[in-house]
Design a protein around this ligand. Structure first.
Ligand code: B12
Length: 216
């Protein structure tokens, strides 16, 4: 079974979409947990892609191919996750979520969204490259309980602070819980910018939201 995770990771690393999809299908047939395929297979492969990009072994097109392979596999897995986890959907919070301005990374956010939906939360996905003003307008318009802010680059995480500062400026800070996420972040960063919570991954994110909303 470990072998399938390795095959999935390798297919992502090599940017081979069809191989990735075939290995994931194989995993489903073998009864592997879809979430484990995401974490131990797809994400593990993408992590290595990031490392290779950082040391100059991979270029942008390599990273794009890997991202495309991963996104297709996530689309394939989504229905299995949603039905597998909760069965009946229970409303458990209204969440506005997006990736900050200047940042086009969507994969992590989309996994978080999938897990939130599986937990019965209502999601308002703003996509990527979202300005502070759009975040704030969406919080107001959708009467959000929670605002999720994703940022994947050291050069864009400061945008998270801008969103939280604007919330305070508009007098909305007490109305909504803010959770931040993204690979370069830390608990310390979240505290420094005045977020209510930080989560290192999608599962922790859902757990923290439930705790913040008093649902557990
Ligand atoms: C795939 C990828 C891309 C794809 C993105 C495709 C897409 N649709 O998302 C493409 C090819 C477009 C891309 C472009 C670029 N990228 Co890029 N990319 C990556 C890569 C390899 C993987 C990111 C990813 O999807 N990880 C997998 C997911 C599952 O993990 P995750 O995003 O961390 O999300 C999890 C948690 O963080 C958390 N989480 C995330 N968000 C949130 C939000 C909330 C609310 C919560 C609770 C939790 C949470 O939960 C998620 C699931 O568990 C990373 C390397 C890395 N190790 O991160 C580089 C990386 C982020 N990219 C990098 C760079 C430099 C770029 C470019 C500037 C390259 C260039 N020269 O153009 C551009 C920037 C474009 C832009 N303006 O945004 C650098 C950033 C360096 C830095 N400054 O910090 C990295 C770190 C690579 C590296 N090692 O150098 N990239």
């Amino acid at each position: 079974m470990d072998n399938i995770y390795e095959k999935i990771a390798l297919a992502v690393l090599e940017g081979k979409k069809e191989d990735t999809l075939n290995s994931v299908r194989q995993g489903l047939e073998a009864g592997l947990d879809p979430l484990a395929m995401i974490t131990a297979g797809l994400s593990a492969g993408l992590e290595q892609v990031g490392d290779k990009f950082e040391c100059g072994e991979y270029y942008l097109p390599d990273m794009m191919l890997a991202a495309e392979a991963m996104s297709s596999a996530i689309d394939l897995l989504e229905p299995y996750l949603e039905t597998g986890k909760t069965g009946k959907s229970v409303q458990a919070g209204r969440v506005v979520i997006g990736t900050v301005k200047g940042d086009l990374h969507s994969i992590g956010k989309d996994i978080v969204i999938m897990m939130m939906k599986a937990a019965g939360m209502e999601i308002f996905d703003l996509g990527v490259d979202v300005s502070p003003e759009r975040f704030i307008a969406a919080v107001e318009d959708n009467r959000a309980d929670v605002l999720g802010i994703s940022a994947l680059m050291t050069t864009t995480i400061s945008e998270q602070k801008k969103v939280i500062d604007l919330l305070s400026e508009k007098g909305l800070r007490d109305r909504v819980k803010v959770i931040v996420g993204g690979a370069p972040l830390s608990e310390e960063w979240a505290q420094k910018i005045g977020a209510d919570a930080y989560a290192a991954d999608a599962i922790a994110g859902v757990r923290k939201i439930k705790t913040m909303l008093g649902l557990t």
